[in-house]
Design a binder for this molecule. Structure first.
Ligand SMILES: Nc1ncnc2c1ncn2[C@@H]1O[C@H](COP(=O)(O)OP(=O)(O)O)[C@@H](O)[C@H]1O
Ligand SMILES: [Mg+2]
Length: 308
């Protein structure tokens, strides 16, 4: 559905997107997470044909966004991270306006407007002026507008940003409905846990680089429960490895020479027991410690910035 290859975007000398690769299959809900300024909006605007890449390729349904932007626009719904100013425009007129931008007939526009205002729970606001709506309502309206031509693929740039908790919950409900409608969605946020229950894939972007991309269960497990231990021995490495292999909390073992790296899912107490086990079996342990600078640390570092 979406394929981004070696995407680079420079603003002058500043590299906002740095050789980014990303792929979404049909039906995926991909959470694009990173602190402010990481390059999410830039990437999404390029995929939505609104910004030119410095280099690299973006394909939507196999169509190159730079070469055939109009064809791509017909297939995607893009929700920007800002809501413009619409003087003297009512909610239904706003929807009608965007419907005509996509060449829908009057009858189609009326029908879609009804359906979509129902979806985003703004039916009773049809005759209200857009500028008088609350921020949450504007964001829902913006989402409805991005769906006017019934696209399969949605690019949603921080749809829940700046909302109060109640409005966030409402937005989440709408996004779940879109998921049930089997839309493919690329959705950004600077808060990881906001996307966790919605998405099946997560990509973490930092300073223009995708530092992690994978299945949501995988990343949650890494963030919540796993530790990398570094065990330095004086000898008896084979004996230590075979002992460690038997332990249920040991998930993975690697390393070279006298240093063993263990992926461990236990708590501190269990970690102490693991050390005791080695010593009781007369394995000469020199140091036994959590590894510094591991992937896990990158996650901790990135997620720290997500706290508002
Ligand atoms: N038009 C622009 N000119 C110069 N720098 C820009 C422009 N747009 C964005 N940037 C910079 O690019 C970086 C990425 O921005 P952006 O894609 O908006 O990040 P995010 O959406 O993750 O917050 C930021 O450092 C931002 O200041
Ligand atoms: Mg942004």
């Amino acid at each position: 559905m979406l394929k981004i290859e070696n995407l680079v975007k420079k603003y002058g000398n500043f590299t906002a997107v740095d050789n980014l690769n990303l792929e979404l299959e049909k039906g995926d809900i991909y959470g694009f997470v990173g602190p402010n300024g990481a390059g999410k909006t830039t990437t999404m605007r390029i995929a939505a044909t609104l910004l030119e890449a410095t280099s690299g390729t973006v394909l939507v349904d196999g169509i190159n966004v730079a070469e055939q932007p109009v064809r791509v626009r017909g297939r995607i719904g893009y929700m920007p991270d800002f809501f413009g100013v619409y003087d003297n425009l009512k909610v239904d007129e706003y929807m009608d306006f965007y419907g005509s931008c996509y060449g829908l007939s009057k009858a189609e526009r009326v029908k879609r407007t009804e359906e979509l205002l129902e979806l985003v729970d703004l039916k009773d606001k049809k005759q209200e002026y857009v500028d008088t709506l609350s921020r949450g309502m504007k964001q829902r309206l913006c989402l409805a507008r991005s769906l006017i031509h019934n696209p399969e693929f949605l690019i949603l740039d921080e749809p829940a940003s700046g909302m109060d908790p109640r409005a966030r919950i409402e937005m989440k409900g709408i996004l779940k409905t879109l998921k049930e409608m089997q839309k493919t969605i690329l959705i950004s946020s600077h808060i990881l846990h906001e996307l966790a229950e919605l998405c099946n894939y997560i990509g973490i972007i930092e300073r223009g680089k995708l530092v992690y991309s994978g299945e949501i269960q995988d990343i949650m497990r890494r963030i919540t429960g796993r530790t990398i231990l570094e065990i330095r021995l004086l000898g008896q490495v084979d004996r230590a490895v075979s002992l460690l292999r038997e332990q249920p909390l040991v998930e993975d073992i690697s390393g070279e020479d006298n240093v063993i790296e263990v992926s461990f899912s236990g708590n501190d107490q269990e970690m102490a027991e693991l050390l005791r086990l080695l010593i009781n079996h007369e394995v000469p342990v020199m140091t036994f410690a959590r590894e510094e600078g591991s992937l896990e640390e990158v996650f901790m570092e990135v997620t720290k910035n997500f706290e508002q």
